[in-house]
Design a protein around this ligand. Structure first.
Ligand code: G6P
Length: 610
């Protein structure tokens, strides 16, 4: 995710900013920049790539005692120099760094362009700096200009602004994106997380939503957007750097699992239209017709992304009534696949760099069919080589075992399904509205699961020494069973297999004895009764049954050794909830076995070899 650092004080701001940005590198980024204010002039330096590159550039400019710096993880616009932060207003007076998304940036841009402002980048952030410039021209006061501007903004922000004409203050504001102020001796700092400032101070004030901070060398004043003063005591940070980077969690994987309410919100942000029950994805606008009129979708992916693709097949065939073929990217390439006119190929990849997926999409392109991407990393090779696509906006995923990217891929596949199904009229407007309403409820439901992990931890304790696990599900939750088994294999090195529940009797049932835990996904859908029979088959052979369920009835309670209850949603969205206990179960088992959760043996986050 993007990182923010701002400084005002006696030290050389160039050094403080670069060092702070280095501390934020762990969050992932694709470009970096600083703005330095001295002698009533702001120098802006930016570059795609690493902070070390920026460091070389910075040594060549004037020293400054005030400045702002940013690492950008691209969302709107490629990771180029011009799209990197800080962004400047037209006159070169005001500089801004911003985390978050300005949802109404297009409308603001139209309005500001008509008022004579010139835009240089493709970012949503630039609208913000021109808006502040507009108010500054009327007020001549940076704090007021920021306050007025923010009243016109929809979306999320953590931002810091400075102006050459007011060289003694930084103005910061927050809604949805964290900011923490560091209080020093004759200096103050601000950053998106405390790791960037604890080298200088451990006394901090956290900014809350809808608050503005005016930061000078010796003072910090907090206000709300209505200009009312807010008093807040400083806190003293006692935890170490590594803990801060992991957001207080023991591992990146656990942090990322816990981010899912937010990442799902981000995947849907600005893309759901309540009134007409349809979705809207900027990256697909120009190819809308091709998608709607496609005769077949072919989805290519590897690993966890392949499981997401399988869920997509169930969803799209059921609702959009479009035939979907899902292929391992590595297999697709070498089996002389038949692609025809009317086919649309999709590549799903978290990293956007997986070589097998990349090679497969290049192979597909040779047939002349359109190839679209569902990717997390903006500007990655797959994102660049596809004709169009949708970013999942899950933010950087550092744990090697994919968690939040998987649920965001499912969220985006659901958005695509909604678009296609509504356009093909295979679902009504009313049904579309119901789906949108259920999508909106997902973050809250994910949070409910995350707030109740006690039972999962105790199951992990009981089964941590098992040698084998079976995961079983039906329908749209069959691929979730595969994903649950993969997660366990990846990080705990326990052998695990996923199967469609009914397929168990055709082989895997031979493995079942009182040592074998079997994890069932048995939600209250049309397959519930059938799954109960499958559970009975396992129980009859003394297998230990763990069940992910919505509202367990007495039959289930009698059969299951453990039940993990999750909130109910509609079937096509249920994998976004049912996979979360499975992620947590793997996590806790791996931790209890003493495994390296974030960097499991033999695995790589991004596999760029065949
Ligand atoms: C590697 C990772 C997996 C991931 C797969 C596909 O094997 O360890 O977690 O699912 O690559 O990666 P992608 O970035 O293309 O989704």
């Amino acid at each position: 995710m993007c990182g923010i650092v701002g400084y005002i004080g006696d030290k050389d701001a160039r050094e403080v900013l670069v060092e702070g940005l280095k501390r934020l590198e762990y969050r992932g980024y694709d470009s970096a920049g600083v703005a330095l204010l001295a002698n009533n002039r702001i120098d802006v330096l930016k570059t795609p790539g690493k902070v070390t590159k920026l460091e070389e550039m910075v040594s060549g400019v004037q020293q400054a005692k005030i400045g702002i710096g940013h690492t950008r993880w691209a969302t709107h616009g490629e990771p180029t120099t011009v799209n990197a932060h800080p962004h400047m207003d037209c006159t070169g007076n005001i500089a801004i760094i911003h985390n978050g998304i300005i949802e109404n940036h297009s409308a603001l841009k139209t309005k500001l362009t008509s008022l004579g402002h010139t835009f240089r980048s493709q970012t949503d952030t630039e609208a913000l700096v021109h808006l502040i410039e507009e108010f500054y021209s009327r007020t001549n006061n940076l704090e007021m200009a920021v306050r007025f501007a923010l009243k016109d903004v929809d979306g999320t922000f953590g931002l810091v602004v400075m102006a050459a004409s007011e060289p003694d203050i930084l103005v910061a504001a927050r809604r949805g994106s964290p900011l923490v102020i560091g209080l020093g001796e004759s200096e103050n700092l601000i950053a998106s997380d405390a790791s960037a400032l604890i080298r200088h101070t451990r006394n901090v004030i956290y900014l809350h939503d809808n608050e503005i901070a005016v930061i000078t060398r010796n003072d910090v004043a907090l206000k709300n957007l209505d200009d009312e003063t807010i008093e807040r005591e400083a806190e003293h940070l006692t935890f170490d750097l590594e803990q801060i980077e992991k957001g207080g969690f023991d591992h990146f994987m656990l942090k990322e699992i816990n981010e899912q309410p937010e990442t799902i919100r981000n995947a849907f942000r600005g893309r759901l239209i309540e009134e007409t029950g349809i979705s809207n994805m900027g990256g697909l606008h120009e190819v809308d017709d091709k998608i709607t009129n496609a005769k077949r979708f072919v989805i290519l992916a590897c690993g966890t992304s392949w499981h997401a693709a399988l869920v997509g097949k169930y969803i799209l065939e059921q609702y959009a009534k479009i035939p979907v073929e899902v292929d391992y990217a590595s297999e697709f390439r070498y089996r002389n696949p038949v692609l025809m006119e009317g086919d649309v190929v999709w590549a799903i990849s978290q990293s956007g760099e997986t070589l097998d997926t990349l090679a497969a999409l290049r192979e597909a392109r040779k047939s002349g069919v359109p190839v679209y991407g569902i990717v997390n990393v903006v500007g990655s090779t797959i994102a660049r080589e596809t004709d169009a696509g949708v970013y999942i906006h899950a933010g950087p995923e550092i744990g090697v075992a994919s968690t939040k990217a998987f649920t965001s891929q499912l969220a985006v596949l659901n958005l695509i399904n909604l678009l296609v199904a509504r356009k093909r009229k295979t679902i009504s407007e009313e049904q579309g509205r119901e789906i949108v309403a259920e999508m909106r409820k997902l973050p809250g439901k994910i949070q409910q699961i995350l707030d109740n992990t006690g039972v999962i931890e105790s199951i992990a304790e009981e089964f941590k020494d098992s040698r084998n696990f079976l995961y079983l599900g039906r329908g749209v939750n069959f691929p979730v069973a595969l994903e649950g088994a993969l997660k366990l294999k990846e990080i705990s090195y326990i052998h695990a297999e996923g199967y469609p529940a009914a397929e168990m009797k055709h082989g895997p049932i031979a493995l079942i004895d009182d040592n074998m835990p079997a994890v069932f996904i048995a939600l209250g859908d049309s397959t519930y009764d059938k799954i109960l029979s499958n559970i009975q088959e396992v129980r009859a052979r003394k297998g230990n049954v763990i069940v992910i369920a919505n509202e367990p009835d007495s039959r289930l309670k009698e059969l299951a050794r453990h039940i993990i209850q999750i909130p109910k949603t509609i079937d096509i969205l249920s994998p976004i909830l049912s996979v979360i206990p499975l992620q947590l179960l793997s996590y806790y088992i791996a931790v209890k076995r003493g495994c390296n959760v974030d960097q499991p043996r033999n695995l790589a986050k991004s596999v760029t070899v065949e």
